[in-house]
Ligand binder design. Structure first.
Ligand code: DC
Length: 223
């Protein structure tokens, strides 16, 4: 059933700048911001902390136990926070361990089905900028606007390298390139809801663009 809310689907691979761009758009338009990757990360953190094996045999248990706790997403003044029950897990879901395991959790069909239902409810309740991998293809095939962002592996690794360096974390650039390429491969090759551009999405190659330019380009498409 179609509803009257406006939805902007923003998809693309890791490190393309989706979160920063989606937040800037949501702030500019006064819409809610939904980071669907954060939802998969929250389930991953839950599975790791509760020693639930990340495999097909445990996906239903993982989903049911995780859903007993309430996920809450708070977007205020351009800041996004994730709560699991009363616990603020905004930083923990970005840990190296969660990042290394999340692609496996996101490949489990039962987990995807649960997250997808939650995401559709969010888009039915409010105008949203929703970012992820399968928003334009699976979650909101009737989204009002669809954008697919791309950028070369090298530029995405360089952006991540600078971001980590600024936080005092030292990593090798070559390792980052390899990790990003591996995650792209896992996200694009899984059988359920792989990372893919929807046929009706507008593709924007952000390799030579800064955040402001991408936001301006998206807003100009919407006009
Ligand atoms: O955007 P991110 O790095 O926080 O996403 C974390 C993982 O979740 C990444 O491996 C891709 C996956 N993901 C997904 O499969 N579908 C989505 N809609 C969002 C993220």
């Amino acid at each position: 059933m179609k509803n009257n809310t406006i939805s902007i689907a923003l998809d693309g691979p890791a490190g393309v700048g989706k979160s920063t761009i989606a937040k800037a758009l949501a702030l500019e338009l006064g819409y809610s911001y939904v980071d669907t990757g954060a939802m998969y990360r929250a389930v991953t953190l839950f599975a790791l902390e509760n020693n639930i094996p990340i495999d097909a045999d445990h996906q239903q248990t993982m989903l049911e136990l995780a859903m007993r706790k309430e996920f809450r997403f708070i977007f205020s003044d351009g800041l996004f926070q994730v709560y699991f029950g009363d616990r603020d897990i905004t930083d923990e879901i970005r840990s190296l361990e969660v990042t290394r395991n999340v692609s496996y959790v996101a490949a489990l069909p039962a987990v995807r089905a649960g997250m997808c239902a939650l995401q559709r409810n969010m888009a039915a309740d409010a105008n949203v900028v929703m970012e992820g991998r399968d928003i334009g293809t699976v979650v909101l095939p009737d989204a009002t606007y669809k954008f697919f962002l791309t950028a070369s592996v090298e530029i995405r690794a360089r952006r991540r390298y600078l971001e980590l360096s600024a936080r005092g974390i030292s990593v090798s650039f070559e390792d980052l390139c390899r990790e990003i390429a591996a995650r792209d491969n896992l996200d694009s090759s899984r059988s359920h809801a792989p990372l893919r551009k929807a046929p009706d999405a507008v593709e924007i190659d952000t390799t030579d663009m800064n955040i402001e330019e991408v936001v301006a380009r998206i807003l100009s498409y919407m006009e």
